[in-house]
Design a protein around this ligand. Structure first.
Ligand SMILES: [Mg+2]
Length: 265
């Protein structure tokens, strides 16, 4: 059992894609697995770099796999971006967003005004995420704003994301275009940076040493957990392979075939 190997462990920060499911396919018996996790006295939150879905959409997806969770337990890079900015900028601050409608909606729900292309010059902040409607005009507007002093924030920097047709361009591709055009690097909110972990520690009400970050990707989930000072658990049910894991330094605290083995092994 995981809690026998790590007696101080009280909470988990769980990545979703490649840990709980592949697209629409569950990895193992998730309702039974989460009963075990609760029986071990472990609290948990879910954390994803994907900024294109709302928290409600994730709640619905989890429910579809038999998991009923509260909105606070779902941490997305979009939600953490909105909270991060809310703590630092007054209500009504204008943001130029290169990203999905869900990202714009979350920022509006946190009191920000999302600028249109026409009035983009009034924006004090530029927020960039995955945008399937990316255009030259958006890169140009964002770069001009950043060059004029607007703060440059990226929801996440994942270069690509996996699909059945291969790796598609991700948020990191959009961010790189604007970083190149503006000559400035953004503040990145998503994993492997620490903002989402700090948010998770607050939701869990635990200290880093009582928490394990669990994921399938070394460069985001494991690097992020290590940077944020919690335990790092790698599952081999997603992107990273066993041979990649064995060369990762420092090594993850635990490596398992999947979440079930991580908890029960
Ligand atoms: Mg993943």
């Amino acid at each position: 059992m995981l809690t026998e190997k790590f007696p101080s462990l009280k909470g988990l920060i769980l990545d979703m894609d490649g840990v709980l499911w592949h697209d629409t396919q569950a990895i193992g018996n998730l309702p039974a697995l989460f009963r075990s996790i609760s029986d071990l006295g472990l609290r948990y939150v879910f954390a994803t770099n994907n900024a294109t879905k709302t928290i409600g959409e994730y709640q619905e997806k989890l429910l579809g796999f038999g998991l009923e969770v509260s909105p606070e337990q779902i941490i997305t890079s979009a939600g953490t971006t909105a909270l991060y900015l809310q703590n630092r900028h007054p209500q009504g601050t204008c943001i130029y967003v290169v990203g999905s409608d869900s990202l714009k909606q979350i920022l509006q729900q946190h009191g920000f005004v999302v600028s249109n292309v026409d009035d983009s010059h009034s924006a004090a902040l530029v927020v960039v995420g995955m945008d399937i409607g990316m255009t030259y005009e958006k890169i140009r507007n964002a770069a001009l704003l950043v060059r004029a002093g607007a703060e440059f924030i990226a929801t996440n920097a994942d270069a690509t994301f996996p699909t059945p047709q291969g790796l598609f361009p991700g948020a990191g591709t959009m961010v790189a275009a604007i970083a190149t055009a503006s000559g400035k690097d953004p503040l990145v909110i998503g994993k492997p940076f620490t903002a989402m972990y700090e948010h998770a520690y607050r939701v869990l009400n635990l200290n880093p040493h009582q928490v394990m970050g669990v994921g399938d990707r070394l460069e985001t989930d494991i690097a992020g957990a290590q940077r944020a000072g919690c335990l790092a658990g790698l599952v081999l049910s997603g992107v990273s392979t066993c041979s990649q894991a064995l060369t990762w330094q420092p090594a993850p605290d635990i490596i398992a075939a999947n979440l079930d083995e991580l908890i029960h092994g």
